[in-house]
Design a protein around this ligand. Structure first.
Ligand code: Q9C
Ligand code: ZN
Length: 532
């Protein structure tokens, strides 16, 4: 199963017909640059190419009012002056005689993509469209957006494919307030948006873009806003946002489909976003989303105004959709303090609605920001510098872990299996090494001796294999392994394995027991060991 790329060259037809510095960045070259990038890297050729169709007026009606659709239909016949006058009725919008056609193709492309994914023709895909959609509302154009393609696609997925839970991930650098309004009381659509906010000093200057806007009525907890209060957010901040906010909620929500409002004005170089995330980051974000909804990810282009950055980021996303490994992330993987504050305030605002945020209930409730909108920093931070330092440290540790995941070379043996004689009849998949050696060195014999459960030959042989496997893991020859021990010897084997691991150079050891297993007694806790 592959990746769809939905496009129609007619979507380059709409363009700004008068002087307007705010709107001129939403230009036809955005689409041609993205498409050329995909062609040059041989990515377009690896996708299933679908030619976009126009959405029907009934489909537009899933979100928009009949009067608004009629108004837009009427723009096809207007002259430049009338178009400019009508555009002036909305915030940051321009109309062109081809706008209605383009916007219907943009919606149609999103619907075709959803249909291709839901029928199983492809696993995932990207609709390369303009105009964008996420600012558009039931009866209003806004922020270059005319029809809300992603919102319509979500309603369509529910109606036409019988879905009950759709996740919308809006990584455009602007708040998709249009999408938020459309679903604010709807628990069947989880809407996540991060956005440049700067304590409400950035467009669209809305109170309801802040972290404490969480939805209404039945939809409480199904609107998730992560406002960035500083520019310059980068890879570490975006990864932290996914790992600590979006993914916990998304796993709990368990969507049947993921729609991405894929704006790339959140990438480095973009004049609107002023952020620092590199194009590679979008490969990682895409990869993380693919663990949801059986990989059913439909991305729809929103913003992105730096042509080179846009094109590179689109390529990274398509590569990840195609299943290529993500390139390592550059830069120090340390989130900004301001990002951690934002993350913490969304988590606090959402904690009442999500079990996955309640374990860490000790988290302090923060005011929406440490800086009042009037500009003077608040004198008393709701969390002290110690807490902040601790959070930074935690994040640094997490980040270095991520670094290693990306940078470490793959060991020669991916998986090894340590079995005792009766299990050895198992047929192992190719490439899995069967651990043979079992002699137990003196040092470990000494550890084993106090355990009665290890007195039996069979248990001791198994222990020898486990410890040998552990050594190969620690010296990097093997990346993971599985071992069998006789049931009565499990606790004793674990005890010796932990002692051996810690004495053979493990810096940190996490021990997870599935089912009942007592913590081995007498283990000195020097901070390197966590047993759960
Ligand atoms: N410098 C999209 O990205 N102008 N729309 C903001 C602040 C409007 C953005 C001015 C930006 C609209 C889809
Ligand atoms: Zn945007």
């Amino acid at each position: 199963m592959g990746t769809a790329l939905v496009y129609h060259e007619d979507m380059t037809a709409a363009r700004l017909l008068w002087e307007d510095p705010e709107c001129e960045i939403e230009c036809p070259q955005r689409l041609t640059a993205a498409l050329e990038g995909l062609q040059q890297r041989g990515l377009e050729q690896r996708c299933l190419r679908l030619v976009a169709r126009e959405a029907s007026e009934a489909e537009l009606g899933l979100v928009h009012s009949p009067e608004y659709v009629a108004l837009l239909r009427g723009t096809q016949a207007l002259g430049t002056q009338e178009l400019q006058a009508l555009s002036g009725q909305y915030d940051a919008v321009y109309f062109h005689p081809r706008t209605f056609h383009c916007a219907r193709l943009a919606v149609g492309a999103a619907l075709q993509l959803v249909d291709a994914v839901m029928t199983g023709a492809v696993r995932n895909g990207l609709a390369l469209v303009r105009p964008p959609g996420h600012h558009s509302q039931r009866a209003a154009a806004n922020g270059f957006c005319v029809f809300n393609s992603v919102a319509i696609a979500a309603r369509h997925a529910k109606q036409k494919h019988g879905l009950h839970r759709v996740l919308i991930v809006d990584w455009d650098v602007h708040h998709g307030q249009g999408t938020q309004y459309i679903f604010e009381d709807d628990p069947s659509v989880l809407y996540f948006s991060w956005h440049r906010y700067e304590h409400r000093r950035f467009w669209p200057y809305l109170r309801e873009s802040d972290a404490d806007a969480v939805g209404q009525g039945q939809g409480l907890g199904f609107t998730v806003n992560l406002p960035w209060n500083q520019v310059g957010m980068g890879n570490a901040d975006y990864m932290a946002a996914f790992l600590h906010v979006l993914l916990p909620l998304a796993f709990e929500f368990d969507p049947e489909l993921v729609l991405v409002s894929a704006g790339f004005d959140s990438a480095i170089g973009d004049p609107e976003g002023q952020m620092q995330a590199t194009p590679e980051c979008f490969a990682h974000l895409t990869q993380l989303l693919q663990v949801l909804a059986d990989g059913r990810v439909c991305a729809v282009l929103e913003g992105g105004y730096h042509l080179e950055s846009l094109s590179q980021s689109v390529c990274m996303m398509v590569q990840a959709l195609l299943g290529d490994p993500a390139p390592p992330l550059s830069g120090p993987m340390v989130p900004h303090g301001s990002a951690l504050e934002s993350i913490q305030s969304v988590r606090a605002a959402q904690a009442p609605y999500w079990m996955s945020l309640q374990q860490q209930g000790a988290a302090p409730v923060l005011s929406p920001s440490t800086c009042s909108p009037e500009g003077k920093p608040s004198p008393l931070l709701p969390w002290g510098p110690e807490f902040k330092a601790a959070a930074t440290q935690t994040m640094a540790a997490l980040s270095s872990l991520l670094d290693k995941l990306c940078l470490n070379p793959t060991p020669p043996v991916r998986t090894a299996v340590a079995l005792t004689a009766p299990d050895a009849a198992l047929v192992l998949p190719p490439g899995v090494l069967c651990q043979e050696r079992s002699a137990l060195p003196e040092e470990m014999q000494a550890w084993a001796r106090p355990h009665k459960a290890l007195a039996q030959d069979k248990a001791l042989t198994a222990l020898g294999k486990v410890l040998y496997l552990l050594d190969r893991l620690l010296d990097g020859q093997v990346s993971s392994g599985i071992a069998a021990t006789p049931a009565p010897a499990t606790a004793a084997t674990l005890d010796v394995a932990i002692r051996c691991g810690l004495s053979h150079g493990a810096q940190r050891l996490l021990c997870v027991a599935v089912g009942q297993l007592d913590r081995p007694p007498d283990l000195t806790d020097d901070g390197r060991l966590v047993v759960s």
